[in-house]
Design a protein around this ligand. Structure first.
Ligand SMILES: *Cc1c(COP(=O)(O)O)cnc(C)c1O
Length: 418
């Protein structure tokens, strides 16, 4: 009995065509994986990682050489001077929000130039939610420049929005739950050059969620000052159990560290007991894990487009993150596909995901994630807010084979019932 026995032969024939079509794209990704793997390997060697670094500390976590070494590696690989890489960051939102709030003071303005901020960050900024503890409550203004209809940054509007008060310009690399394309490193460079040309001293921050190792350069390599992300997305390589990171200019990372803990202590404390081995090993395998996930996204794009769905990016387009969006146009199909994704998972495959209200999100959200690490989106998962155009955001997958099996089975159960 083969897994193929339960798949419609017509679907298998389409899969075979898709495999042929995308083969050169997948081969090109192998080169990128190699480049990123070399960068990470050399950083481990340069920083003389040893077994003692993997153990972690207890209590205050003073003089944690493993943690300091991991942070130096993150800084080197991702193009910064210093980093905070901590299990005490509860999520990417926490790391990003800590940076936004740590870098600004009452009277300052935070300006997003890539359209509406990601849902959870809107609450941090005070654009939605109850406002308690938000940037707005502290007298820090937060605004965003809407994107043009074609999804590109509106440069004249950015120019008009920059003021004496603008302290921090924010670029969100990945699309989040918006219907736009993610911004490639080449596009981020254009944004940085434009903003610097107008206001050389402004600090530029990048929300790098889902971006790490998706290309061979990172936002810091093209002039961004500081960036942050989650360890249960790309950087954790599927092995980190929790955490987030902030990396960038040393003076700015220090400011963020005082918001992360308290003034005076900053990044000097923070025990890592039990976490470091996974964080080191996860970062080491992340280039390969991310590469496989992107290969899977290319397969998803090619197969689902072949089945008549509208997808973004399309299979042949450049990629700068893990996200593959699929528009279903109606709630029923979106939910059905999400359920099929859940059924193809190694954990909780028998569980039925249902749309629900979630902390930090305004609309109901459906999340299919039968993952080893709760909520991890470097693992094969699909989610999205229940609102038109009913877009499911697919991402992750620890192995290419799993993504491929999962998508074929989801396509079978959604579009090929016998
Ligand atoms: C996932 C994500 C975040 C937040 O990360 P969490 O770890 O889920 O809190 C921030 N910005 C973007 C664009 C994201 O995709």
């Amino acid at each position: 009995m083969s897994w193929k026995d339960s798949i419609d032969p017509k679907l298998l024939a389409i899969v075979a065509q898709v495999d042929q079509k995308i083969a050169p794209r997948l081969a090109a990704l192998d080169d990128q994986i190699l480049d990123n793997q070399a960068k990470v390997l050399h950083a481990f060697q340069d920083h003389r990682v040893s077994e003692a670094h993997l153990n972690g500390t207890t209590g205050y976590g003073n003089y944690d050489e493993g943690r300091d070494t991991l942070e130096a590696i993150y800084a080197d690989v991702l193009g910064g001077e210093a980093a905070l890489v901590r299990p005490q960051f509860v999520s990417g939102t926490h790391a990003i929000g800590t940076a936004l709030l740590g870098l600004t003071r009452p009277g300052d303005e935070i300006l997003y130039i890539t359209g509406e901020p990601y849902d959870t960050l809107q609450e941090v900024l005070g654009m939605s939610g109850n406002g308690i503890g938000s940037a707005k409550e502290y007298g820090i203004a937060a605004n965003y420049v809407p994107l043009q209809d074609n999804g590109e940054v509106d440069f004249p509007a950015v120019k008009a929005a920059l003021t004496d008060k603008t302290k921090l310009v924010v670029i969100q690399r990945s699309c989040g739950y918006a219907t736009r394309k993610s911004f490639t490193i080449a596009k981020i460079k254009e944004m940085v050059d434009f903003v610097r040309g107008l206001k050389p001293d402004v600090w530029i921050f990048a929300d790098n969620a889902y971006g790490e190792f998706s290309e061979t350069l990172e936002p810091l390599d093209v002039g961004v000052d500081i960036m942050a992300g989650s360890l249960i997305k790309n950087g954790g390589g599927g092995l980190a159990k929790t955490g987030g990171y902030v990396v960038g200019r040393k003076d700015l990372v220090e400011r963020v560290s005082y918001r992360f803990t308290v003034p005076g202590i900053g990044g000097e404390e923070g025990a890592t007991y039990g976490y470091l081995l996974d964080m080191f090993e996860g970062f080491f395998v992340a280039p390969q894990t991310v590469g496989n996930a992107i290969k899977g996204a290319i397969f998803e794009a090619a197969l689902l487009a072949e089945l008549g769905l509208s997808v973004s990016p399309e299979w042949q387009e450049p990629r700068t993150d893990l996200i593959q969006t699929v528009n279903f146009g109606n709630k029923a199909d979106m939910v059905k596909f999400a359920k099929a994704i859940q059924q193809s998972s190694p954990v909780d495959s028998y569980v039925e995901p249902i749309p629900e209200q979630m902390a930090g999100y305004e609309d109901e959200v459906i999340m299919a994630a039968g993952t080893f690490i709760s909520g991890s989106t470097i693992e094969f998962s699909g989610d999205g807010p229940i609102r038109p155009p009913y877009t499911l955001y697919l991402q992750g997958g620890l192995t290419y084979a799993h993504i491929k099996l999962g998508i074929i089975q989801a396509a079978e159960s959604t579009f090929y019932q016998h």
